[in-house]
Design a protein around this ligand. Structure first.
Ligand code: HEC
Ligand code: HEC
Length: 447
């Protein structure tokens, strides 16, 4: 179902933005979700699925007790592509007022940063299995732009009032019964529907029968899981010979975002090149032409058919985070930072779940296939006033390329349906020769 994009009522194309000198990040096209429109119509990056690269909590990277696994992890560091960004650096400063100062009719969510309001509303809708119009009033599409005109502040619909009460209840339950931890959310009860279940499903399972009880099996250590992961990606050679990776892929957006503005920035194909540990390039073919963005050591740039410019430090950082999606080994954390939570079902697979808390507000869970050892999912949650905001990367369809395992499908998603992106790789090549010159910014620099 279509969800409106906050304040995105302007139709400038990505190209004009490139030259308008606004904070530009088409990085989202290459990597995972990036909030393309901020309040003023400027591109505004937010940390989203696939862009998170938490690692190296203090003292962990080289804390001596990594024994058996440490060799692999050194290899992970040196020959998997990973330009290390400081994972504990505070996120870029954004001017972010409390929502009650920006919006017209906030009674419960006071203190929530305004940038979190829409992501949270998406999650509220997802939890109940409804669209925004279940609670909010719309006046139909604006004839000029074709976009829906919403009056979010209005309280006409009873569901909105009910939702307010529920929000108060959730804040209260977590405070009084769960020590302020955000354990109960709308989803805990609603499970994707407005009808909340009261009765257990019958006939009941007979838990005296063998195999019915969910017993706690002995779990592997984080170190074993990481070791298995690295080995299953690289085989016994531990990837020491991985010099370049070149991908061709098609990026599919989920259904739902059909208006003209989004169509304009819909990339169809991409080419990605990785060389050594500090060179990364993404070439995006859009209906308007080709856009290239790259990181070359500490420098980043972006270019299209009208010119090029250097990226800001924050943009370079973001691009590096995106790059991790395409590294052979897709995580940078060390075992000492991880807690093994248990075995869970992921579709028809059994997966070991490991969690890392990089910052107080942010938790990442990795799901490793219990049979193959490969990484199946990365789920990052950021807690907010009301409920955690999830961002997920799913790695699917692993295939062997010259002895290295690559997922041939990568899907990134978060609360809003239209943000889901599925990257399908049409070609993956390793160790083909890629000239260093490719990563240099084209000379015709403007601005
Ligand atoms: C289940 C009901 C429900 C759904 C679904 C829902 N909202 Fe809300 N929304 C609320 C409630 C309740 C408030 C007021 C919160 C408060 O008073 O603190 C609110 C407030 C807002 C506001 C602030 C309005 C103002 O000016 O005061 C915006 C904007 C908003 N929602 C957008 C959305 C969007 C976009 C969606 C769909 C992605 C959505 N909402 C889905 C219940 C809902
Ligand atoms: C502790 C369980 C629980 C939690 C948590 C919970 N709800 Fe509910 N909710 C219910 C129950 C039970 C009903 C049905 C009440 C009824 O039938 O009158 C309900 C009904 C609703 C309805 C009315 C649905 C309809 O029939 O139109 C809305 C809207 C709603 N909840 C929103 C929310 C939102 C938003 C959250 C999170 C902020 C939330 N709920 C969290 C239990 C919960």
């Amino acid at each position: 179902m279509e969800r409106p994009k906050p304040d995105s009522g302007e139709g400038k194309t990505i190209m004009s933005k490139l030259h308008a000198g606004v904070v530009l990040l088409i990085l989202g096209l290459a990597g995972a979700g990036v909030e393309l429109w901020g309040k003023s119509g400027a591109f505004r990056p937010v940390a989203l699925a696939g862009n998170e690269m938490p690692a190296g909590a203090p003292g962990s990277a080289s804390s001596g007790h990594l024994n058996r696994a440490s060799k692999s992890f050194d290899v992970m560091k040196s020959s998997s592509f990973r330009m290390l960004v400081d994972p504990l650096a505070p996120p870029p400063q954004t001017i972010d007022k409390p929502v009650e100062q920006v919006r017209k009719n906030i009674q419960v969510l006071k203190g929530l940063p305004d940038s979190q309001l829409f992501p949270l509303m998406n999650v509220v809708g997802d939890s109940l299995g409804v669209h925004c119009d279940y609670c909010h009033v719309t006046q139909g599409p604006d004839p000029a732009t074709g976009r829906d005109r919403w009056s979010y502040e209005r309280d006409d619909k009873p569901a909105k009032g009910r939702a307010r009460e529920m929000m108060k209840m959730v804040l209260d339950i977590n405070k009084t019964s769960f020590g302020g931890n955000q354990l109960v959310t709308c989803y805990s009860c609603h499970r994707g529907t407005t009808r909340v279940q009261q009765v257990v499903p019958l006939p009941p399972v007979d838990f005296t029968l063998p195999g019915t009880e969910r017993k706690r099996a002995a779990l592997p250590t984080a170190e074993q899981l990481l070791n298995d992961y690295v080995k299953s990606v690289w085989g016994q050679n531990a990837g020491t010979n991985l010099k370049t990776i070149v991908y061709k892929l098609v990026v599919e957006r989920s259904q739902g975002r059909t208006n003209a503005v989004w169509q304009q920035i819909l990339p169809t194909t991409q080419e990605i090149m990785i060389k050594g540990s500090d060179k990364y390039l993404v070439r995006i073919t859009t209906p308007q032409g080709v856009i290239t963005q790259a990181v070359n050591g500490s420098v980043g740039w972006i270019s299209d058919n009208k010119g090029s410019r250097e990226l800001s430090a924050a943009e370079v950082e973001q691009l590096k985070r995106n790059a991790l999606l395409y590294a052979a080994v897709k995580m940078v954390e060390q075992p000492a930072q991880m807690t093994v939570l248990g075995l869970e079902k992921l579709g028809d697979r059994d997966a070991y779940v490991v969690s890392v808390t990089a910052r107080p507000q942010t938790t990442t869970k990795y799901f490793f296939d219990a049979q193959t050892g490969l990484l199946l999912r990365k789920l990052t949650t950021t807690s907010t006033l009301l409920a955690p905001l999830p961002e997920q990367i799913d790695y699917e369809d692993y295939r062997d390329v010259g002895g290295v395992k690559f997922p041939f499908t990568i899907r990134t998603s978060e609360g809003a349906a239209f943000v889901t992106r599925t990257r399908k790789f049409t070609e993956v090549k390793i160790n083909i020769s890629v000239d260093d010159a490719v990563f240099k910014m084209p000379a015709n620099q403007k601005q």
